[in-house]
Design a protein around this ligand. Structure first.
Ligand code: UAG
Ligand code: ATP
Ligand code: API
Ligand code: MG
Length: 494
């Protein structure tokens, strides 16, 4: 890609004399990170919360950047070409998309949004597509899967450059499809700009991230962007676009009018083109009848919980929209054993049902506990906390849910980050009566306490951190893995 190509993409060539007069060199790379500038590259200045690329232009020009994209005037000495745009984040998305050869257009792109279920659904889609012979990549909370390699993830949805680079690596690794989690924060920031989704999925909308979005309406508007930005499917020769929407969620209903694409609605309350009926949740499996238009199929999932019926419907709907046969999709769904850190049962010799789960929102926690209560015959321990530097309103709500839906709530720390763990816990227990819960700030001690108290036949839910293998205290990431802590406890007991 040359300087003139970039200018054309950003539509500045016809008015920017500096671009017209510059030597039109081939750019070696594209980056928004001052630490990754290579001689001959294009640098895009992004203003973040902690760092502003505009304040480091001299540094990047000295390091050899030949084209610099900014959104406000900058001064420096050197011969780099400067292009000013209204929004450098958008420019980054536009340039990355072209720089990496528009990879999303070469993949069947699934985008999944909603408060809960995204990671689960992307993994279900991956399994179904792979079983169908379609090699599929994943972008999401736990990692990016490219070919057979798993790469670490910083965000659930990466910024545009990483997203496009990862998608291009998928194309190079012969992936034919990609299942991508698209968070609300990413949608607001424009991290998904430049990605041409084919089928998008809405799971649900409940309380989370209100620290970021401020109001629930803003949070809904953010999720709605995935649907309103989905291209329509009216053009000859183009793939059909579709939206798979949970109609049981009132916000799903509101989304119906936000998209120009085809819609497949799903639900378990009597509405939807795709429906689950006669749901039976046990402590081993989940059975239901899946109805699509006027055909009905029996389904037996190894995944537990009513909420996983919704996740299965969402994944079914997405793959159905891509032309897969119902019976084939169901065979794959039935084979899925589970997703790491999502209702993950940790085996032990004490006959205690220990479950590690990523429920970190009020709705997630309530769903997991009601699934447990449907089969639990004795005490249910719930070890849970709330993350620091994240929304505070959910804290007392989660404290209440833990106490109301378990027999023994053990309230502890999640990732305190830069907040004081005691202050977070003060908020979690703010509305609780003394004596109705145990408070133990140290997460390992809290887990050990619950496991020590639990007798054969009891259930211990350890919620909030799921697959995470770290605990962030201050700005330091310490190794911490709920499953490992459980295994350590039982090893020491022997
Ligand atoms: C609030 C927020 O969205 N923050 C994101 C933002 O960070 P930031 O604004 O602090 O960035 P910054 O450090 O100021 O850097 C700004 C720019 O300068 C560049 N830079 C930075 C340092 C340097 O030395 N040189 C340099 O050039 C950076 O590459 C960046 O382009 O940009 C970063 C890079 O893209 C993100 O990793 C970061 O996510 C942080 C880690 C985060 O915690 N985000 C959460 C709120 C989030 O996005 N969560 C959602 C939802 C999760 C879910 O529900 O699953 C997600 O999608 O992950
Ligand atoms: N459809 C659902 N409805 C409500 N709760 C769910 C649903 N699916 C999963 N959960 C609960 O939410 C937790 C997180 O699930 P999952 O990781 O699939 O969601 P996510 O949307 O990817 O979350 P994140 O926003 O953190 O990436 C699970 O461990 C489970 O407790
Ligand atoms: N994607 C979510 C995950 C929260 C997980 C929980 N363990 C926490 O740290 O609060 C976030 O970053 O807000
Ligand atoms: Mg996720």
């Amino acid at each position: 890609m040359k300087i003139s190509d970039c200018a054309a993409i950003l539509q500045t060539s016809h008015r920017d004399q500096r671009v017209l007069q510059a030597q039109d060199v081939e750019l070696t790379d594209l980056t928004q990170n001052t630490k990754e500038v290579k001689p001959g590259c294009c640098f895009v200045a992004i203003k973040g919360v902690h760092f502003d690329g505009h304040e480091h232009i001299q540094e990047v020009v000295d390091a050899g950047a030949k084209l610099v994209i900014v959104e406000r005037p900058v001064e420096f000495n050197g011969d780099a070409v400067v292009v000013t745009v209204p929004n450098t984040y958008k420019a980054l998305a536009q340039l990355s998309t072209r720089f990496f050869g528009d990879p999303s257009r070469q993949l069947t792109m699934f985008g999944v949004t909603g408060t809960n279920g995204k990671t689960t659904i992307t993994h279900l889609i991956d399994q179904i597509m792979e079983d169908h012979g379609v090699q599929t990549g994943i972008i999401g909370t736990m990692y990016s899967k490219v070919g057979t390699k798993k790469l670490p993830a910083v965000n659930t949805t990466p910024e545009p450059l990483t997203a496009q680079r990862t998608l291009s690596e998928m194309v190079a690794a012969n992936d034919q499809a990609c299942a991508m989690e698209v968070s609300s924060i990413a949608l607001v920031q424009g991290r998904a700009w430049g990605i041409d989704f084919d089928t998008v999925v809405f799971t649900n909308l409940t309380e989370d991230h209100l620290d970021y979005h401020k109001t629930f309406e803003n949070y809904f508007d953010a999720k709605a962007l995935l649907f309103s930005q989905l291209g329509n499917s009216y053009h000859v020769g183009e793939k059909t676009k579709s939206a798979v929407i949970n109609i049981d969620d009132p916000h799903g209903k509101r989304l119906l009018e936000k998209t120009a694409a085809n819609i497949l609605t799903y639900g378990a309350k009597g509405e939807g083109i795709l429906q689950a009926k006669n749901i039976q949740v046990t402590n081993k499996d989940t059975k239901f009848d899946l109805q699509i238009y006027d055909e009905t199929y029996p389904v037996q999932l190894k995944l537990m919980g009513n909420f996983n019926v919704y996740n299965a419907l969402a994944a079914f709907g997405a793959c159905y929209e891509q032309g897969l046969e119902p019976a084939e999709i169901i065979t794959s769904l039935e084979s899925v054993k589970g997703v790491r850190g999502r209702f993950q049962v940790v085996p032990n010799e004490k006959d205690v049902t220990v479950i590690v789960d990523y429920a970190h929102t009020p709705d997630g926690l309530e769903n997991v506990l009601s699934t447990i209560n449907a089969f639990a015959k004795q005490r249910v321990f719930c070890v849970v906390g709330c993350g620091g530097d994240r929304e505070t309103t959910k804290r007392p709500i989660m404290g209440n849910i833990a106490v109301q839906h378990s027999t023994d709530a053990v309230l502890t720390s999640d990732n305190p980050r830069t907040e004081d763990p005691e202050k977070i816990l003060d908020q979690v227990v703010a509305e609780l009566k003394p004596g109705t819960f145990t408070r133990m700030t140290d997460r390992r001690a809290a887990i050990n306490f619950a496991l020590g108290e639990a007798k054969a036949g009891d259930v211990v839910l350890i919620a909030g951190k799921g697959h995470e293998d770290y605990q962030i205290i201050g700005t330091v990431k310490h190794h911490f893995d709920d499953v490992e802590v459980v295994n350590d406890f039982y090893k020491q007991e022997k």
